[in-house]
Design a protein around this ligand. Structure first.
Ligand code: HEC
Ligand SMILES: [Cu+2]
Length: 318
């Protein structure tokens, strides 16, 4: 039932994964329900009185009423009390939302066209992925490399602009494990809608483990970093790497050094530049038998080193 759904707004709202998010939802529910009640009183009253005092005969005159001080006081005073209450309530939540923790876990997040670059103090770097431990005060320090972006996590009900040339901050304390969406909510160019990331809340042990594993990545040999990226960037979902099977895209097994036929009949040798182009501008060469616009461009989502790592990994697939 609708009213029951309202009481458990989960079905209308994204999962509330912080204490603040639950409080925001309570305020929102209050506003929604009190608006419905006011609407019913106002519109219902209007219809009721229009019918009740409808002129029934030519001489049917209603009483001549100019005003009613008590009623006027009531319909001013009651809304005033409600509005002041909502103001105080909102203030209370906003204050918690913007109160930066003293000893929080600080993570740097940089927006750029069109990805979120995340850097931990230990030096670990990720793209479009923020991993945080549960029940921990986290402070994200935001900035931007180009235009204004905005970091939004619907499940946390928090949002903050990332502005070039200065730092802004966002804080939260997640109380639910899981993967939550990150969206950019400031229009920032053609791929704005693709500027999507994941905020992963894990247990404290898993967080330490993850951080330790990630710190090792930058010291791994290039090809092994590439292998990891191949998983992390979801290339593996579309390309097989260990046999000739075709997934969404062609297999990359035994591909490097071979000759590839494109759907315009052209034949190209698969070398470093071919692979680089395939990753950054997938639509410039379409492999024979495959469609354009299936593989997303990874432009802006991979650093030069990461690209080299992927290429070195693809070289080893034989
Ligand atoms: C959504 C599925 C998808 C994802 C994700 C994806 N690709 Fe592709 N990829 C394709 C398709 C389809 C083609 C063939 C059409 C074309 O050439 O663009 C292709 C083509 C390629 C080619 C050219 C292969 C050849 O046979 O000449 C390379 C290299 C490649 N992808 C590498 C990658 C890498 C590296 C990643 C991860 C960073 C990746 N792809 C992610 C679907 C995908
Ligand atoms: Cu953006």
């Amino acid at each position: 039932m609708f009213w029951l759904n309202l009481a458990h707004a989960e079905s209308l709202m994204p999962t509330a994964a912080t204490d603040v998010a639950a409080q925001v939802d309570n305020l929102y529910k209050f506003l929604l329900i009190s608006s419905f009640i006011s609407c019913a009183i106002l519109i219902g009253g209007m219809i009721f009185f229009a019918m009740k005092y409808k002129r029934k005969t030519d001489n049917d005159k209603t009483a001549y009423i100019t005003h009613n001080t008590f009623l006027e006081f009531l319909w001013s005073f009651i809304p005033l009390v409600i509005f002041l209450g909502v103001f105080g309530w909102g203030w209370h939540i906003y204050h918690q939302m913007r109160h930066m923790p003293e000893n929080g876990l600080e993570i740097h997040v940089t927006g750029k066209q069109w990805a979120w670059e995340v850097q931990y103090k230990s030096g670990v770097k990720t793209a479009n992925l923020v991993v945080v431990p549960i029940d921990t005060d986290v402070k994200l320090i935001l900035n931007s490399m180009d235009v204004i972006h905005s970091f939004y996590v619907p499940s946390f009900r928090i949002k903050q602009d990332a502005v070039p040339g200065r730092y802004t901050a966002l804080t939260f304390n997640a109380n639910k494990l899981g993967d939550f969406h990150i969206f950019c909510t400031e229009y920032c160019g053609t791929q704005h809608s693709g500027m999507i990331g994941t905020l992963k809340v894990v247990s404290k042990e898993d967080y330490d483990k993850w951080l330790e594993e990630e710190s090792k990545v930058s010291t791994l040999p290039l090809a092994q970093r590439g292998e990891k990226l191949f998983q992390v960037k979801a290339c593996a979902g579309c390309h097989s790497a260990s046999d000739m099977s075709v997934k969404v895209g062609p297999t990359l097994y035994k591909k490097f050094g071979a000759e590839e036929e494109l759907n315009d009949g052209q034949k190209l040798k698969v070398d470093e530049n071919y692979v680089r182009d395939s990753i950054l501008n997938p639509n410039t060469h379409i492999v024979k038998g495959f469609q354009a616009n299936v593989m997303p461009s990874f432009q802006g989502q991979l650093s030069e080193v990461e690209l080299s790592a992927l290429i070195e990994y693809i070289k080893t697939l034989k």
